[in-house]
Design a protein around this ligand. Structure first.
Ligand SMILES: *Cc1c(COP(=O)(O)O)cnc(C)c1O
Length: 344
C-alpha cells in the first residue's frame, strides 16, 4: 500500500464493532450468574427473542453454530438423517458437527441458490426401511449465505411445513440472517416463527452485537437445549453484558438493515457496469456474490487488487467473491468503493 488507507472491510457482516451506544448499554447491564438462571439481562433477551418470533422460550448461546448444533442434537437420534441444502452452513461450515455431536447422517439436496423446495424435500425423505437412516429433521437457511443472501418465499416455507407435518419431521431454521429476510420482504417474525419447531437467530451478524445468538423453540425443547448447551460448555455466567448488546441490537439495528440492502444494490450496479464481470447472483439482501472473468483476473487476483486499495472482500470458492454490507460501512467508504470498482 502506497499510503495509509482506511481499511474498508466487506469480508463479513460479523466484523462490526459495538457502537458507543451499544457499549454504554453493555456497561450498564444488570448481571447475575446465568447458569443459575439469575442474569436479568439474559432472561430479558431470551424473553424478548421468544416473544418476537412467537415461541415459548429462547436460549442465549455464544454462537450461531452452537444454536444450530443444539437444535440438531435435540431433534434427532443417532442413525437419523437431516435434510439440508448441499451448501448449507450447518453442513459445510460447522466442523462436521452433525456427525460429531448428533451421530446423524445428512441428505444433501441441491437447492436453488441455497433454497430447497417442498417437492425436493419430499423426494429426499427415506422410506421406512431398516436399510436407511431415519429422516427426522429438515433444516432451512434464510437468508442463504451460499445463495448470495437469497430469501425464501413464505409460501414455499408453508409448503415445506406441510410436508414435514405429513411425514412427522421436525423443521429447523438457520436464521443467522433472518432479519435481513424479514426486512427485505417486509415480513413478520412471528409468522416465520410459527412455521418452524426451532430457529437460530444471530445477533452478531447484521445486527452488530459483538457475540451471541438465540435458539428459539417450545419450552420443552429449550429445556433440553439448555442441558445440551451446558454439556457443550456454552453455559455462561455474567453473560448479561453480552445480552445487553443483543437487546440493544434488537431495539436499534433491525430497520437499518434496509440501508445495507440499498447499498448492496448500489455496489451491484457498479459491478454490472464492468466488462470483466462474468456472473452476479441476484442481490436480494446485504450480500453480493459474483465472479470476475478469469481471463481478466482470478478471484484471488481481484481480491489482491482490492486489498491494495484498502478494500477487503472474501473469496467464496470456485472463483467467486463475496462482499457483505454491514453497520460499520460509512457513506464515505461506499463512495471510495464505487470509485475503485469503476476504475478496475
Ligand atoms: C454465521 C452463520 C452461522 C453461525 O455462525 P457463528 O459464527 O457460529 O455465529 C450460521 N449460519 C449461517 C448461514 C451463517 O452465516
Amino acid at each position: 500500500m502506497a499510503q495509509e488507507l482506511e481499511i474498508i472491510d466487506f469480508r463479513s457482516d460479523t466484523v462490526t464493532r459495538p457502537t458507543a451506544e451499544m457499549r454504554a448499554a453493555m456497561m450498564s447491564a444488570e448481571v447475575g450468574d446465568d447458569v443459575y438462571g439469575e442474569d436479568p439481562s439474559v432472561l430479558a433477551l431470551e424473553a424478548r427473542g421468544a416473544d418476537m418470533f412467537g415461541k415459548e422460550a429462547a436460549l442465549f448461546c455464544p454462537s450461531g453454530t452452537m444454536c444450530n448444533q443444539i437444535a440438531i442434537r435435540i431433534s434427532t437420534r443417532p442413525q437419523d438423517e437431516v435434510i439440508c441444502d448441499s451448501k448449507s452452513h450447518i453442513y459445510l461450515y460447522e466442523g462436521g458437527g452433525i456427525a460429531a455431536q448428533s451421530l446423524a447422517s445428512v441428505a444433501l439436496v441441491e437447492g436453488n441458490r441455497g433454497r430447497l423446495s417442498a417437492r425436493q424435500i419430499e423426494e429426499a425423505i427415506r422410506p421406512d426401511d431398516l436399510h436407511y437412516p431415519r429422516t427426522s429433521l429438515v433444516s432451512l437457511e434464510n437468508t442463504s449465505n451460499k445463495g448470495g443472501g437469497s430469501c425464501y418465499e413464505l409460501s414455499e416455507i408453508r409448503n415445506i411445513r406441510q410436508v414435514c407435518d405429513r411425514h412427522g419431521l421436525r423443521l429447523h431454521l438457520d436464521g443467522a440472517r433472518i432479519f435481513n429476510a424479514l426486512v427485505a420482504r417486509q415480513e413478520n417474525a412471528s409468522v416465520h416463527g410459527a412455521l418452524f419447531d426451532t430457529l437460530s437467530v444471530c445477533l452478531s451478524k447484521g445486527l452488530g452485537a459483538p457475540v451471541g445468538s438465540l435458539l428459539l423453540g417450545s419450552a420443552a425443547d429449550i429445556k433440553f437445549a439448555r442441558r445440551v448447551r451446558k454439556m457443550m460448555g456454552g453455559g455462561m455466567r455474567q453473560a448479561g453484558f453480552l445480552a445487553a448488546a443483543g437487546l440493544y441490537a434488537l431495539d436499534h439495528h433491525i430497520t437499518r438493515l434496509a440501508e445495507d440492502h440499498r447499498r448492496a444494490q448500489t455496489l451491484a450496479a457498479v459491478l454490472k457496469s464492468r466488462s470483466w464481470l462474468s456472473e452476479l447472483l441476484p442481490v436480494e439482501t446485504n450480500l453480493i456474490v459474483f465472479r470476475p472473468d478469469p481471463a481478466w483476473k482470478s478471484d484471488q487476483q481481484l481480491l489482491a487488487a482490492l486489498r491494495e486499495q484498502g478494500i477487503l472482500a472474501s473469496g467464496f470458492g470456485s472463483g467467486y467473491v463475496r462482499i457483505a454490507l454491514h453497520l460499520d460501512i460509512s457513506e464515505g467508504m461506499m463512495e471510495r468503493t464505487c470509485e475503485v470498482l469503476s476504475r478496475l
